[in-house]
Design a protein around this ligand. Structure first.
Ligand code: ADP
Ligand code: MG
Length: 421
């Protein structure tokens, strides 16, 4: 994509706008490359986003600048109670840069850490501890509530790549010292209990029984029974017992902050720029069916992200290459959770006839019902937590946007009280 209209070729050591010294590449997206820079004026480290130069990308960047600058000024709004903690990235500056492939919009942002893909990778795509996932969800919901209720903005591209960790003071100092940024990952010490070995159980039982009955024959029989019980459990894969999360969460504070970035596709609640929004895997059914979307489209995407954090793979994963087929596959997968009549409200949609029968059912043949609760449990989430997580997630991904929970409603949901004091 380094061609006319595409990415600008950036080299470390170059200085942009007379003040931003390029140190290291830290990210890229479909629209841009992002660089760690030393701001020679303030001597602070910043992230410089350099947009592709094509007209469409430039327009998107101008919208991004307008939206992010407006968003930034709203945190004194009387309806907003979290002050500066909006969980939205701060924009510091913007300018144009002329390069061999055209004119590029450049935006300087406060420097943040790695995105949620790096976090998932760190956990080997096997799921992130519940407490961390729920904290990320909560902070992202605060960001969405601020965007929707206070700013009237829909992000439209919520996905793991666009949720980033903030740097803490220690990490900022480290960047200052080394001029490099690393993937700092918050970890939680999740206390796990080892299931005792067969010998240990037999030993324990023997001791117990020996106290109760002096008859060694009975004790031996009991021992054999225990051994068999252990073998059965191990065959069923129960080798590790995770302490129910309530016992753990109060012990470990998770001190990190995430922020939402990338307003290149954002729009106003009263003025949409496009009917086609969201990255495929995080695309809500109303967008596919062609029903006007609202701010809860972001809640849908965040629900998909929450599942992905917990489980380590996409909630919906259409595999077809062709866009229409992929969207149909996505609708099928939604019906595997909610049933094939869950789109009755979408019959009036621009694309409804492509996907729905006149009775409002999805034109699908074999759907395999899914239980999210079971999927959570198979990834090691305790059955104490799984029903609550499932219940909350189903509210975020309610197929009908009119029934979907808003970010504001989410934040007062008792669900979060389970995890935070
Ligand atoms: P695009 O519009 O091209 O997707 P993004 O704004 O999403 O651009 O940025 C692309 C990537 O660059 C992000 O996924 C993230 O990894 C990194 N990035 C973006 N903004 C920052 C920032 N302020 N600090 C650190 N890294 C960032
Ligand atoms: Mg992005």
């Amino acid at each position: 994509d380094y061609r006319s209209g595409g990415y600008h070729p950036v080299k470390t050591g170059e200085v942009y706008y007379g003040r931003y010294l390029i140190l290291q590449k830290i990210g890229f997206g479909y629209f841009s490359t992002v660089w760690l820079c030393n701001d020679l004026n303030s001597n602070l480290k910043v992230a410089l986003k350099i947009q592709k130069s094509d007209r469409n990308y430039t327009d998107a960047a101008m919208d991004e600048i307008e939206i992010v600058s407006k968003i930034h000024r709203n945190y004194t709004h009387p309806k907003w109670s979290f002050g500066e903690k909006t969980h939205i990235v701060k924009v510091l500056n913007h300018f144009m840069h002329k390069g061999p492939f055209g004119r590029h919009v450049c935006m300087a942002f406060e420097l943040l850490g790695c995105n949620m893909i790096s976090l998932m990778k760190f956990y080997d795509f096997k799921g992130i501890p519940v407490k961390i996932s729920v904290e990320i969800l909560k902070q992202s919901l605060i960001a969405l509530d601020y965007l929707h209720r206070i700013c009237g903005v829909i992000h439209t591209d919520i996905k793991p790549e666009n949720i980033l960790f903030s740097l803490n003071e220690e990490q900022e100092k480290e960047v200052e010292k080394t001029g490099k940024i690393e993937n700092w990952i918050p970890m939680i010490e999740e206390r796990t209990l080892r299931w005792p070995t067969e010998e240990e159980i037999a030993q324990q039982e023997m001791e117990k029984n020996n106290k109760k009955c002096k008859n060694t024959k009975r004790a031996m029989k009991k021992e054999r029974e225990n051994k068999r019980k252990c073998e059965r459990m191990q065959r069923r894969g129960i080798v590790k017992v995770i302490v129910p999360i309530e016992n753990v969460v109060r012990k470990f504070d998770v001190n990190f902050q995430v922020k939402i970035v990338d307003f290149g596709n954002a729009c106003w609640m009263h003025k949409h720029f496009s009917n086609e929004i969201q990255t495929l895997h995080y695309r809500s059914p109303e967008v596919i069916l062609g029903i006007p979307y609202n701010q809860t489209a972001d809640c849908w995407s965040l629900g998909c992200v929450f599942y992905e954090l917990l489980v380590g793979c996409y909630l919906f994963d259409p595999k077809s290459g062709n866009n229409n087929n992929a969207e149909f596959e996505l609708l099928c997968q939604i019906c595997e959770i909610f049933g094939d009549s869950c789109f009755f409200w979408g019959l009036k949609g621009r694309n409804a006839s492509k996907y729905l029968t006149s009775g409002g059912r999805l034109r699908a043949t074999h759907l395999v019902p899914r239980s999210l609760k079971k999927e959570f449990e198979s990834r090691g989430i305790s059955p104490v937590d799984s029903p609550y997580i499932e219940e909350f997630l189903l509210k975020l991904i309610a197929p009908n946007p009119q029934h979907r929970i808003t970010a504001f409603e989410c934040l007062s949901n008792p669900f979060f009280r389970r995890y935070f004091n």
